[in-house]
Design a protein around this ligand. Sequence first.
Ligand SMILES: Nc1ncnc2c1ncn2[C@@H]1O[C@H](COP(=O)(O)OP(=O)(O)OP(=O)(O)O)[C@@H](O)[C@H]1O
Ligand SMILES: [Mg+2]
Length: 331
Amino acid sequence: MSTLSEAVTWLDRCKEVTAFVVGDPIRDEYVFVESEGHTGHLVTFQQMRRKIYLGGMDIFVEHMRGYCGIVISVVWECSQAITKRRYVLADNHKVFSVVDKTELMPWAPFRVPPERLIVAADYGHGVIGNSEAEYLAALPNSLAITVQSNSLNRGYNPLTKWPRADYLVVNEDEIRLTYRDKLSDLKPLIESEHRRLKARTVVITRRDEGCILYDGQSWLEMPAMAVNPVDTMGAGDAFLAVTAPLVMLGASMETIGLIGSLAAAIECESVGNIPVKRAKLEKRLEEHFGGKYPHQEKDEKDKLVEIIKQVEIEARQLDEKMEAVRNRPKS
Ligand SMILES: Nc1ncnc2c1ncn2[C@@H]1O[C@H](COP(=O)(O)OP(=O)(O)OP(=O)(O)O)[C@@H](O)[C@H]1O
Ligand SMILES: [Mg+2]
């Protein structure tokens, strides 16, 4: 994708997509506190304010409503959200987290017309178990998934729970944990997962190191694009939510990588989970295409080096002339 108008055309095309979102409903509550000092080992904080952000499958729905034609949230009567409460200092540093409820009810299978996109936000809290993942994977629909590892499910929510998916977005820890491989080269793990899922595209996000994309033939590495990251929670979710319709529509890895990384950057630049609005994303795309590409920067650097060389030559010539003037025999 080489122009802004191509990027905007891809975003316009997302309106053709009807998406069903399924997964764990989560509320991310931030309690902003200030330390009041301590007595012995007991630290006292003063609560300044609280804010509840939609998380889990609900934030996927919010993100995707800004891009897709129709977004349907698959919730069922017995479902209940899990609340994750974080205590946060003024500098956005999270001190600790408290969770009210850890197990959510699995859902009853639902019917989806085949041409619809299904996005599964699997946080491993009970909504999508093995049989639910198998049910979704057996449908003929385009299926985009994230399979999250967190402190409540660590080691119990492997990617292998999903027999198939067209599109997978997880972070590096999540794929390494599945393969129980902490250190070896990442690419063979990605190739293996791509093959196992019969996926079209796999994206592995790597925090401030950006992400790596694979489509079965080529690789693409994208740098992180956040200018001033203040809270990275939900950045991977924003990446998947905004790019899932693009993958279904057949966009290139360059399009997916760029739009996903800019969506993630926008998410990192605000506190809590904020839906990535299309207007903001378009502004970032404009800046990207209006800004300098690495090769332009190199050309400019080369030009600058030439100018400096020229100035040095002229300065030397001037010195020589001055020297000649000084050495001229006095008449
Ligand atoms: N510290 C950071 N600085 C700059 N960009 C970041 C940072 N952390 C994340 N990002 C951006 O967000 C993308 C996704 O981040 P990350 O790897 O943290 O996903 P994640 O762990 O799945 O996040 P979450 O599960 O909270 O949604 C990265 O590929 C990168 O573009
Ligand atoms: Mg994630």
